[in-house]
Ligand binder design. Structure first.
Ligand code: SF4
Ligand code: SF4
Ligand code: SF4
Ligand code: FES
Length: 806
C-alpha cells in the first residue's frame, strides 16, 4: 500500500494545460486542482465516484477518445482532455433536458432555489426549451423525520444522500428503493427513519444537490441570509461551519465543502445545535440572588461594582476560579490572569468530569504533557493503515472524527479494531470487535500487549514514567487469563494484536516495514455518551493505550500516535492557556522562579499606582508561588471554610446537569459564588450572582481542537440580551479593582498570548483568517507541528519525558 511519500504521479493535459496529479485522481478533480470547474451533480468530495448523472462529461482526444464522465475516470499519463468543447456542451444540454422532463420545476416554493445545482446547470447551459416532454408525475412530501422531508419529484437519483449516509456516517439509514419510474429514496427497509440508525447528522440534506431532501426547520431563501464562517463549539473535533443569519437570528448552519478539519461534514450538534441560542433558558441580563433565594436583575455597572467589592475581601487562597473548557482561548486566558494577577492565587482549574481528570493524569504521566492527540486527524486520509478505537461510541463522542474511520476503511483499505461495550456501526464493520466485560478494558489491552510481544510484533519502547513498570507487568500477563477475565476469546485477542501491531499487514518476515497504526480512545467520555457505565479506570485505559503505541513504535510516526478524545470544544486550549493549578500558560511551571518572573513581568505592571487597597485588598506584586488546589483539595478546602469565594465559567455540557456533582454540592458552602453562564444551568441556580455569557456563535476568539489546531471563532449574530464574552467581563472587573486589563478585542489578547507562550508564538488572527494552525507553532514562519516527536515527516517535541521516548 502506498503512503504519501511514494505515490506515483501522472501528467495529462486539460484544456491545453499540463496537470500533474497522483495516479488515480479523477479528471474532474485534476481539473479542479488546475482551477477548471467541471459541472457536476452526483460528484461529492470524499465519496466514491458514482458516475450516474453524466453532467460532468468531458472529451478525451485521440484515437480511443470520446465523451466520458470525468468524475469516474482517472487522468491517464499523456491524456488530453477538453472540458468545454462543443460535443461536451451538447451532451450536457441533452442530459439536462432529460432531467427536466420529469423534474418538479417548482423553484418558487423550493428551499433549494438559489443554491440548486440543477437550477445552476440549467442556467449555465442555457437550457431554456425542452423538445422532450410528457405529463409530469408528482408525489407529496414525505416526512422522513421531524428534521428531514423528501420530495420525490425533485429527486434526480444521484445517490449522494445514500452514499454519504453509508460511506461517511456509517449507518445506511436511507437507501435507494424500487426501480424505473418508481425509484425513490426511502428510510432503510421501508421503516420510519426514527427506527433506523439515523444519527440525525443532516448530511443527506447537505449533499442533496437539489431540493429533494430538505431541512424541516429551515424556511428561508438563501439570498436572505448573511453567512459567517466559524467553528462549532460543541466538541473537540472543531468543525468549520457556515452560520447563516437573518435579522440577528441564526436560521441555518450549513457546510463549507473542503474547508476546515471536517471538509464540510458535520454532525447533528453542528447542524442544529444553533437552536440553543434561542433557548428559553438563556440568560439575558446580570442578576443576583438574595439570601432568601429571590432573584432580581441588575445593571452591568451594579453587577461589576458588587462583584469587585465582594471579591476584594477574598484575595489570596480564599479564592478559586474554574474556567470552562469550551470557552475560547482568550476567555480562559483572561480568567486565569485575573485569578493569578488580581486575586493572587493559583487556584484555577477547568470544569471537568472525573473521567476527564483521570485521562489527563494518565496522558501527562505517559506523554509528559497533556496532549489530546500526538498526531493529526487528517492522517486518516493519508497514512493510517490500522486503527484501534477504544471506549464509548466514538460516533457520539466525536462524530466527525468517527466519519474518517469509515472513509479510511473504504478508500485506504485501513483495518479497524474496536474495543467497546457499546454497539455502534463501526463495531460491526470492523475486522475485529472486542466487547469486554464491564471494568476490564485495561486488562484486555494488557492481553493485546502480551500477544503482541508473544507474536514478535513489539518493536518500540520508552522510558517515560510508568512504561517500564507496565512492561514488567505485561511479562506476567497470560493471554488465556485475560480471556477468562474479560470474556474475550484468546483467538480474538490475538487477531486484534496481530492486525493492529502489524499495521493491518499481518505477520511478515520484515517487521520493520509494518505500516503505521493509531489509537483513538474515548474513555474520557465514560459516563456521558455511553449507556454502559463502566469501562474501567480511565487512567489505566489511557495509560495502556499510550504504552501500546510505544511498544509498537507508533509514537512520532505519521499515521500512528494516540488520540485521547476529551469532549469539550477547547479542552486542549484551556489547558494550554494555564487554567491549571500547577501550570501557567504554555505549560510553564508555577513553581519555577524563572517562569513566574517571565509572566510576572508581563502581567504585574498593569496595577495602577494607586490601586484600591481597602478591605486588605492589595495590588499583587509577585505571582503566587505555591501550587493551586487540585479538584479534591478544592472540595476539602471549601468544606473546611478555607476557600470562601469562587468565579466559575459555565459550560455548554453543564446546561442541564452539574459536570462534577461532588464539587457542585460543595459550592453551597461558599460565601460568594459568581457564575458566568449562557443558560440558567444547575450551576447558575447555585450562584449568588450570575452574569450572562455570550455563546460560541456570538463572540470572536479562538478554539484549539483535539489535534492542537487553533481556529478562528467569529461572532455570527449579536449576543443575546446583554451577554458578553468572559474576557470582557474580566476586563470590566479587573479595571474596577485597579488592575489595568481593560476590555479589548480578542485579537489583542491573542497577541499577548503569542508573546508569552512559545507554542502560540506563530498564532495571529491574520494567519487564522486563512486556515487553522497546528500548535506548537512558534513563529509566523513555523508551519505548525502536526506530529509530536519527530518521525520521518514529523517535527517538534513538547516535553522532556516525551522526547526521551524516541
Ligand atoms: S441524517 Fe445522517 S444518518 Fe440520518 S439519514 Fe441523513 S445522512 Fe443518514
Ligand atoms: S434525495 Fe437528493 S441526494 Fe438523494 S438521490 Fe435524490 S437528488 Fe440525490
Ligand atoms: S463533530 Fe463536534 S465540532 Fe464537529 S459538528 Fe459535531 S459537535 Fe461540532
Ligand atoms: S458528476 Fe460525474 S457522472 Fe455525475
Amino acid at each position: 500500500m502506498a503512503t504519501r511519500s511514494d505515490v506515483k504521479m501522472v501528467t495529462g493535459k486539460i484544456n491545453g494545460q499540463d496537470v500533474t496529479v497522483p495516479a488515480g485522481t479523477t479528471i474532474l478533480e485534476a481539473a479542479r486542482e488546475a482551477g477548471i470547474e467541471v459541472p457536476n451533480l452526483c460528484y461529492q468530495p470524499l465519496l466514491r465516484p458514482w458516475g450516474s448523472c453524466r453532467i460532468c462529461t468531458v472529451e478525451i482526444l485521440g484515437k480511443r477518445g470520446g465523451l466520458i464522465e470525468s468524475c469516474a475516470t482517472p487522468l491517464g499519463e499523456g491524456m488530453e482532455v477538453l472540458t468545454h468543447s462543443e460535443p461536451c456542451i451538447d451532451a450536457r444540454q441533452f442530459i439536462l433536458q432529460m432531467y427536466l422532463i420529469d423534474h418538479a420545476l417548482d423553484c418558487p416554493t423550493c428551499d433549494k432555489s438559489g443554491e440548486c445545482y440543477l437550477q445552476d446547470n440549467t442556467y449555465l447551459h442555457n437550457v431554456n426549451t425542452n423538445p422532450y416532454r410528457r405529463p409530469k408525475f408528482a408525489q407529496p412530501y414525505v416526512h422522513f423525520s421531524d428534521i428531514i422531508d423528501y420530495k420525490w419529484d425533485r429527486c434526480i437519483m444521484c445517490n449522494r444522500c445514500t452514499r454519504v449516509c453509508d460511506e461517511m456516517i456509517g449507518v445506511t439509514a436511507i437507501e435507494s428503493s424500487y426501480r424505473g419510474m418508481d425509484a425513490a429514496i426511502t428510510p432503510a427497509f421501508g421503516q420510519s427513519l426514527d427506527d433506523t440508525a439515523c444519527t440525525r447528522c443532516g448530511m443527506c440534506i447537505a449533499v442533496c444537490p437539489v431540493g429533494a431532501l430538505t431541512d424541516r426547520h429551515f424556511a428561508h431563501h438563501p439570498w436572505e441570509l448573511d453567512a459567517t464562517e466559524t467553528i462549532c463549539g460543541f466538541c473537540d473535533v472543531g468543525c468549520t461551519i457556515s452560520v447563516e443569519s437573518n435579522k440577528g437570528i441564526v436560521r441555518r448552519v450549513s457546510h463549507l465543502w473542503e474547508r476546515g478539519v471536517n471538509h464540510g461534514y458535520t454532525c447533528e450538534a453542528g447542524r442544529w445545535g444553533h437552536e440553543l441560542l434561542q433557548n428559553p433558558d438563556r440568560i439575558f441580563y446580570p442578576y443576583v440572588r438574595d439570601e432568601d433565594g429571590s432573584v432580581y436583575e441588575v445593571t452591568w455597572d451594579d453587577a461589576i461594582n458588587t462583584a469587585a467589592e465582594t471579591l476584594a475581601h477574598y484575595q489570596g487562597d480564599q479564592f478559586a476560579a474554574i474556567a470552562s473548557p469550551d470557552s475560547t482561548n482568550e476567555e480562559v486566558y483572561a480568567l486565569q490572569l485575573f485569578t493569578r494577577a488580581v486575586m493572587g492565587t493559583n487556584n484555577i482549574d477547568r470544569m471537568l468530569t472525573p473521567s476527564q481528570r483521570s485521562v489527563e493524569m494518565a496522558v501527562r504521566a505517559g506523554l509528559g504533557d497533556d496532549v489530546s492527540n500526538t498526531n493529526n486527524m487528517q492522517e486518516l486520509f493519508t497514512d493510517v493503515k490500522a486503527a484501534m478505537v477504544v471506549g464509548p461510541d466514538i460516533g457520539k463522542a466525536a462524530p466527525v472524527a468517527s466519519y474518517w474511520f469509515y472513509h479510511s476503511r473504504q478508500y485506504r483499505e485501513a483495518k479497524t479494531i474496536v474495543i467497546s461495550m457499546d454497539d455502534f456501526p463501526l463495531c460491526r464493520r470492523s475486522e475485529v470487535w472486542l466487547n469486554p466485560k464491564p471494568g476490564t478494558t485495561a486488562t484486555l489491552l494488557s492481553g493485546i500487549a502480551r500477544a503482541i510481544i508473544d507474536k514478535g510484533l513489539a518493536k518500540g519502547g520508552s522510558d517515560v514514567t510508568g512504561y517500564q513498570q507496565w512492561l514488567a507487568t505485561i511479562q506476567n500477563v497470560s493471554v488465556a487469563q485475560v480471556a477468562a477475565e474479560t470474556g474475550v476469546a484468546v483467538a480474538n485477542i490475538e487477531a486484534a494484536a496481530i492486525l493492529w501491531a502489524s499495521g493491518g499487514a499481518g505477520i511478515s518476515a520484515d517487521a520493520d516495514s509494518y505500516p503505521p497504526a493509531l489509537i483513538y480512545h474515548t474513555v474520557a467520555h465514560q459516563g456521558s455518551v455511553s449507556e454502559n457505565d463502566y469501562y474501567g479506570d480511565p487512567a489505566e485505559i489511557a495509560a495502556a493505550c499510550n504504552n501500546l503505541a510505544f511498544l509498537t513504535g507508533n509514537i512520532g510516526r505519521a499515521g500512528g500516535g494516540v488520540a485521547a478524545m476529551r469532549g469539550p470544544a477547547n479542552y486542549q486550549g484551556a489547558t494550554q492557556m494555564g487554567a491549571h493549578p500547577s501550570f501557567l500558560p504554555g505549560g510553564a511551571s508555577v513553581e519555577s522562579v524563572a517562569d513566574r518572573e517571565a509572566f510576572g513581568t508581563a502581567w504585574l505592571d498593569r496595577w495602577a499606582e494607586k490601586a484600591k487597597t481597602r478591605n486588605g485588598f492589595l495590588p499583587v506584586r509577585s505571582l503566587p508561588t505555591s501550587l493551586g488546589l487540585s479538584r479534591d483539595e478544592l472540595i476539602k478546602a471549601i468544606d473546611a471554610g478555607g476557600v470562601k469565594a469562587m468565579v466559575i465559567d459555565g459550560t455548554v455540557a453543564g446546561r442541564l446537569q452539574l459536570i462534577d456533582p461532588e464539587l457542585g454540592a460543595a459550592l453551597d458552602k461558599l460565601e460568594f459564588l459568581l457564575v458566568l453562564d449562557s443558560f440558567n444551568s444547575p450551576l447558575a441556580l447555585k450562584a449568588d450572582m450570575v452574569l450572562p455569557k455570550a455563546a460560541t456563535l456570538e463572540k470572536d476568539g479562538t478554539l484549539t481542537n483535539f489535534d492542537r489546531t487553533v481556529q478562528r471563532v467569529r461572532a455570527t449574530v449579536p449576543a443575546m440580551g446583554e451577554s458578553k464574552p468572559v474576557h470582557d467581563v474580566i476586563g470590566m472587573l479587573s479595571e474596577r479593582m485597579g488592575y489595568g486589563f481593560p476590555v479589548m478585542p480578542a485579537s489583542q489578547i491573542m497577541s499577548e498570548i503569542g508573546r508569552l507562550v512559545p507554542s502560540y508564538g506563530g498564532i495571529t488572527y491574520s494567519r487564522l483568517e486563512r486556515s487553522g494552525t497546528v500548535t506548537p507553532a512558534t513563529s509566523f514562519a513555523d508551519p505548525g507541528s502536526p506530529i509530536l516527536v519527530g518521525g520521518p515527516d514529523g517535527r517538534a517535541t513538547l516535553s522532556l519525558a516525551y522526547t526521551a521516548a524516541v
